[in-house]
Design a protein around this ligand. Structure first.
Ligand SMILES: [Cu+2]
Length: 699
């Protein structure tokens, strides 16, 4: 596998397949997973090589800035703390994302709190990205997935108490932000305990033409993690509270007032007569308030809105691993109960309230079998899973101050059958050849299914909730939606030598019953239904309705690098993805344009310095259905470096956007907040020239 001279992934943060992070129990197989080491962090498993000090440009506390630097990765920018990971053209709930191994439902109906909102970078040791598709053992998810593994003070050797810490403090000039946090704790070989905490805040981001209004943010996290190794097995306990304060979301009609979110999990692991048992129960509770008046120019009192959104997830899993059929077999069950409830209010009028997503209950109970072993010339991971899904929507309520139209729609919704059940099944085959002369071939074939989201199924009131698409359209749901079914094929190879590495992949994802917005009826622009009437009053006379359509995504991506003799090395990531409708002549919405990032690094023993060029092509393969505007290409230069001052102390610093170029990131939304220096309706620009500094200390 990769050798010490190779520091894959141009970010320099990274050590794909080179390192195990402390909290990752098993050594990841490089054919299956990419591991991005986020900050300087202790590596307890000394069997693996340590990455050279990290030096990714600190672009912000949102982890999706980092995952966007990997092959196939991109960032949907809906706010400084509301970035969504895009992977090979898909994003949102279609990806199987976990925070420290925990699956849970976001609270915001526009995903203002996507999963990685709950993984502030100062707390994260590593991001483990499932290459291509997620294994069935990690739960359902249409294509691809990732886990943000938290820093932790792990068990130590022997009975003496050892103390440890892993802390990061960083700052950026472009928005006068700080991001600080980490873990402090103690352990023996029988127990471990650590506190964790993070604090991040920033002002509005600047760019060459002024200020991007509504990009200030604040977020705090505190919690604890503990483990107890007993003769009956290992028990682990994790609790965490996250308080996100007022944070802007320029591409949405509202901004975050708060997210108050609690996480709890109890885990169990044991090995009895060569059967490994793993189990956990976990709970997440999100309480959210957003509004359209406290962080942006307030509309007239009659039009002011404050929306409360709650979500709870109660889940659990149990699995057994043992040797079988010449390999290792894991069988297990898992599931969760999710509740969503959303209420729109006008803070000036108690008689104005409405529940666009009233008491939605989503249930899932599934089982899987996953086998790893040798299959002819291949190493393989083969998995099957089946899930029984249930859904049920509560009764919509409409306050007396609302007009007749919404009342009629609520009555129709309340009279409809709002519950049902559905089986979904997944099958995954991942095959790769053992590395020979540094070369390993990979093939993945998969069928994956995805249940419709609650927004897409239950949205009875025409409003601007789209699960975070931020396309400006008003949407209504469809109680009859079918699950999406993806047929996935990909192939590529990983080549590694003393001097070079190259890991290209070509892929195709055929998605039947892909759910997206379509025109509400055949007479677009003619207001002949209550839905179009209400949508028109809310500013969009041509609303969309969620519908099963047919789609296809295909493309290729790679990373590669070459270590010249001497201290110079070059690394690059190339991404190309196309997303198109198969039923009509149109493209999928918000798909990343082709991009190439190349970093040239001077690498000394204790320090390194990189010059990075990021070239992004124009994107004119845009969605007409979603009224998506095309964007021009651009090139951004950055420079950064790192210095390992001594063991356990690392300093990173750099300048992003060296030339202070003004550019439109295709995956940023359109500005809707009416202040700052970005005109209304214009795509939000990238950050201007700024410096960052980050200090990491660990022991
Ligand atoms: Cu929200």
């Amino acid at each position: 596998m990769p050798t010490k001279s190779i520091k894959p992934l141009l970010s320099g943060v990274a050590a794909i397949a080179v390192c195990t992070a402390p909290a990752i129990a098993q050594e990841p197989d490089p054919a299956l997973q990419d591991v991005i080491i986020v900050t300087g962090t202790r590596i307890n498993t000394s069997t693996e090589l340590r990455a050279t000090p990290d030096a990714a440009p600190l672009q912000g506390g949102d982890l999706t800035y980092l995952t966007a630097r990997t092959p196939g990765g991109a960032r949907i920018a809906n706010g400084e703390l509301s970035g969504q990971m895009q992977y090979r053209g898909l994003f949102g709930e279609r990806l199987n994302l976990r925070v420290d191994g925990q699956r849970f439902a976001s609270g915001g109906p526009n995903l203002m709190d996507p999963v990685f909102h709950y993984a502030p970078a100062p707390l994260v040791a590593a991001v483990v990205i499932d290459r291509g598709v997620s294994p069935v053992s990690e739960g359902p998810g249409l294509a691809g997935g990732a886990d943000a593994v938290f820093k932790r003070i792990d068990y130590s050797e022997g009975g003496d108490v050892t103390f440890g810490y892993d802390l990061t403090i960083g700052g950026r000039s472009i928005n006068e932000s700080i991001a600080t946090g980490g873990v402090v704790g103690a352990s023996t070989d029988a127990w471990r305990f650590n506190l964790l905490g993070a604090w991040e805040e920033g002002d509005d981001t600047e760019f060459a033409d002024g200020v991007i209004g509504g990009t200030a943010f604040e977020r705090g996290v505190f919690g604890a993690s503990a483990g107890l190794a007993t003769e009956l097995g290992e028990f682990s306990f994790d609790v965490r509270r996250q308080n996100t304060g007022p944070s802007g979301n320029p591409p949405f009609p509202m901004d975050i007032q708060y997210f108050d979110t609690d996480f709890a999990r109890i885990g169990y692991a044991h090995e009895v007569s060569s059967v490994s048992i793993e189990a956990s129960v976990h709970y997440t509770d999100v309480a959210h308030l957003m509004d359209n008046f406290s962080q942006r120019p307030a509309p007239v009192p009659m039009r002011q809105r404050a929306t409360f959104a709650d979500a709870t997830t109660l889940g659990g899993d149990l699995s057994f691993g043992f040797a079988a059929l010449g390999g290792d077999l894991t069988v297990g069950v898992d599931g969760e109960e999710v509740e969503h409830d959303v209420t729109i209010t006008n803070p000036n009028t108690a008689a104005f309230f409405v529940t666009p997503f009233p008491q939605i209950d989503i249930g899932r109970f599934g089982g899987f079998a996953e086998w790893s072993g040798v299959l002819g010339p291949f190493e393989s991971q083969l998995g099957l899973r089946a899930d029984h899904n249930t859904y049920d929507g509560g009764t919509a309520r409409v306050g007396p101050a609302l007009p007749m139209g919404p009342r009629m729609l609520a009555n129709a919704y309340n009279a409809a059958n709002r519950s049902g059940e559905e089986m979904t099944t997944d099958a995954v085959a991942r095959l790769w050849t053992p590395a020979k002369d540094g070369l390993s071939w990979r093939v993945t074939l998969a069928r994956k299914q995805q249940m419709p989201g609650y927004i897409q199924r239950f949205g009875w009131l025409p409003i601007n909730a789209s699960g975070g698409l931020a396309d400006g359209n008003i949407y209504v749901g469809d109680l009859q939606l079918d699950p999406e079914t993806a047929w996935i094929a990909e192939t590529g190879f990983d080549f590694t030598s003393q001097q070079a590495y190259l890991r290209p992949t070509v892929f195709v994802r055929q998605v039947d019953d892909y759910i997206q917005g379509v025109p509400f009826d055949d007479t677009v622009g003619v207001t002949d239904t209550p839905v179009e009437m209400i949508a028109g009053m809310n500013g969009d006379p041509t609303p969309l309705r969620w519908e099963n359509v047919d789609a296809r995504l295909y493309g290729f991506d790679l990373d590669g690098g070459y270590d010249f003799s001497g201290p110079l090395r070059i690394d690059g990531v190339l991404n190309y993805v196309r997303g198109e409708r198969r039923d009509i002549d149109d493209n999928l919405y918000r798909v990343a344009p082709p991009s190439l990032t190349v970093g040239l690094t001077w690498e000394a023993d204790a320090w390194s310095a990189s010059l990075e060029t990021r070239a992004v092509a124009e994107q004119d393969e845009v969605s007409r259905t979603n009224s998506e505007a095309s964007t021009d290409g651009y090139v951004v230069l950055s420079a950064y470096g790192d210095w390992e001052i001594r063991e356990g102390i690392q300093l990173a610093a750099g300048v992003e956007n060296l030339l202070d170029h003004v550019y439109e990131d295709h995956l940023s939304g359109y500005n809707r907040n009416g202040f700052g220096d970005v005109p209304l309706g214009q795509r939000l620009p990238g950050a201007g020239r700024g410096v960052f500094v980050r200090l990491s200390v660990s022991r």
